[in-house]
Design a protein around this ligand. Structure first.
Ligand SMILES: *Cc1c(COP(=O)(O)O)cnc(C)c1O
Length: 222
């Protein structure tokens, strides 16, 4: 299957769902991204700052770049001027640095709060139980340069579809709960980033608004 036909079949699946595709181009060369871009597609996701920056420099400027992976605080400054969305804000320290760098460029940066939903232990992501309280007690209020647009989560890596579905469903419930809170003006909760190559069908059914797909479009990574 070609990149064009892979993109086409995913876009066809998304029609009418309100869910959009982020094509995860990590490890793939610029020529491969250009192949997708020439079909009219322009929303790409990367998980390494160095790679993202190099690709941004050499590719058309109307591409929407999504930083999807864990972001180290000291690297925010490399992407703050151009990144379209940061999917994995997983600490107040990182939020603070994004706020600082966004101010330098006099812009506001759309961000998603990463929530730990998988069974696997992970040091990344806010815990579901504590996020609502963190928000209602004002922990995010001072980040006026962040546009907190929603939540992001990664399900357990498993063949157990019902486990995955349950995790996505919980994230959706948290999303609805946060949406209903009285939040400060830097909150505009509307995006739910969940679903990758192996579980995007379930994610769409459970209300995802952004699926992040790499290998099902570009083939396996080395
Ligand atoms: C690599 C990656 C993806 C895409 O994974 P595929 O299985 O190739 O679709 C999605 N989200 C994040 C955070 C990733 O790092």
């Amino acid at each position: 299957m070609s990149i064009a036909s892979n993109l086409e079949s995913i876009e066809k699946r998304l029609k009418g769902t309100g869910c959009r595709l982020v094509a995860v181009s990590k490890t793939k060369p610029v020529s491969v991204i250009m192949e997708a871009y020439r079909t009219g597609f322009s929303r790409f996701g990367e998980n390494r700052v160095q790679e993202l920056t190099e690709k941004y420099r050499s590719l058309p400027k109307d591409i929407e770049w999504h930083m999807i992976g864990h972001l180290q605080t000291n690297k925010v400054k490399m992407i703050a001027s151009f990144v379209s969305m940061i999917h994995a804000v997983d600490s107040l320290k990182l939020a603070n640095e994004i706020n600082k760098q966004a101010a330098k460029y006099e812009r506001s940066i759309p961000c998603l709060l990463q929530v730990h939903i998988a069974e696997e232990e992970s040091k990344f992501g806010f815990e579901q139980e504590s996020l609502v309280e963190m928000i209602t007690t004002g922990n995010f209020d001072r980040f006026s340069r962040l546009k907190i647009a929603g939540l992001m989560g990664m399900a357990t890596f498993t063949e157990d579809k019902e486990l995955i579905r349950g995790e996505f469903r919980k994230l959706k419930q948290l999303f609805e709960q946060i949406k209903s809170l009285h939040t400060p003006p830097n909150f505009d909760i509307k995006e739910l980033s969940m679903g990758m190559s192996n579980d995007f069908e379930i994610a769409i059914e459970e209300g995802s608004t952004l699926i992040r797909i790499g290998s099902s479009i570009f083939g396996a990574r080395n």
